[in-house]
Design a protein around this ligand. Sequence first.
Ligand SMILES: Cc1ncc(C[n+]2csc(CCOP(=O)(O)OP(=O)(O)O)c2C)c(N)n1
Ligand SMILES: [Mg+2]
Length: 371
Amino acid sequence: MLNEKSSSSRLNRLRTLSMSPEILHTCISPEGSALKTASYKSSIPVTTSLQRLGAFGERDPMTLHMLGLHGSGYAKMAIQNADLILALGARLYDRVTGNIPKFAPKARLAVSPKNVNKVVEATIPVIGDCAESLELLLPLTKVTKRPEWLSQIQAWKEIYPFQAFNQSGNEMILPQVFIERLSDAVEPLKERTIITTGVGQHQMWASQHFRWRQPKTMITSGGLGTMGYGLSAAIGAKIARPNALVIDIDEDASFNMTISELLTASQFGIDVKVVLLNNEEQGMVTHLQTVYFNKRFCHSNNLNPDFVEAARAMEIHAESCSRIDDADNRFQWPLETLGPALLEVKVAQKALSLPMVASVRGLDEFQFYAH
Ligand SMILES: Cc1ncc(C[n+]2csc(CCOP(=O)(O)OP(=O)(O)O)c2C)c(N)n1
Ligand SMILES: [Mg+2]
C-alpha cells in the first residue's frame, strides 16, 4: 500500500533501478487528469488494454493505443524496449505479454495494484487505488524530456500504423476501413458514444480502428470471450445511459447467439444501433486455421439467416451494404434512424487480424500487414 513516506522511498528505488525510457501501461483507473499529467510531466507514453480503451485519449500524441497480441506495433515495440514500465491496474496476462519469458526484457518494474505478480513479476508492487497512488507519486516525479525515446516512438508509429488501408469505388468493404469511417462519423459524439462488441475479429478491429476518446465507452467481454455479448450489453448500456449513442459492432456468428434480443429492443423501444459486419464466417477461427492449420477450414462457417429480413421480422429498421462507395452513403443511416436499427455491412472474408503475435513468439515478433 502506498502512503506519503513509502511512495517517496519507492520512487527513489525506481530511480536507481532505471532512468529512461519509460512507458505507462494502464488497464483500469485512473482516467483523466492524473494520468495525463503524469504522462506529460515525465514524457511517458501511455498504452492501454482492451478493457480500458479510452482511459487515455487516443488522439493524444502520447498515446500508444492498445497493447497486446492484436495491439499496435508501436506499443509492442515500446514495451519491449522500455526499461521502466509503470503498469497501473494491468493484469499483464498472456494475451498482453506474448511469450512471458520474452516479455519486456529490459524492463525493471511493474506497479500493479491488482493481480500483482500473477503472470509478470513486479520489481516493486504497489497495492492501492490507482488514482490515489498516482496522485501520491506525481509530486515526486521529475519534469523530464525524453526527445530520443519520443522520436523513436514516432518512428515506430510511422512504420506500423493502424490506418493502413485505402479503399474507394465499388470494392468490397474492408471491416477495418468501415470501423475507421464509423469512428470518424461519431467523432463529435464520442463523449456520449458507447460501443459494445461480440467476440472475434470484429472485436479486435473495433479496438484497433475506432479511436477511443473516453473511458468506459468500450463494453466487451474481454478475456471471458462471450459471443452474443454485444447486443445484450448494448441494451443494458442504453437502459443505463438513455442519452448515449449505443452501437453494437458485431459479427454474424456472435450476433446469432442472441439475435432474439432484437425483440427486446423492439418491444421496449430500446434505441440501440447494430452495425453488423458480416463476413459469413467465424472469422477469428478461420484466421487461426489459416495461420496454424494451413487453411484447413473446418466447422468455422455457419448458416446465417438473412439478417435484414430477420431484423425486419422483429420490427427493427434494417438495411444492408457491401461496397465501399455504398457504405459512404449508409454511414449516417443508423445514426439518423429513430429507434433501434441494424445496418448489415457485408465485408470481405478471410481477412487476417493483424498485427498479431503468434503463440510462443515475443511481443515484438509480430506479423504485420503486407502493404
Ligand atoms: C460461446 C463461444 N463459442 C466459441 C467461442 C470461440 N470463438 C471465439 S471467436 C469465434 C468466432 C466468432 O465469429 P464472429 O462472431 O462471426 O466474429 P468474427 O471473428 O467473424 O469477427 C469463436 C467461435 C467463444 N468465444 N464463445
Ligand atoms: Mg464472422
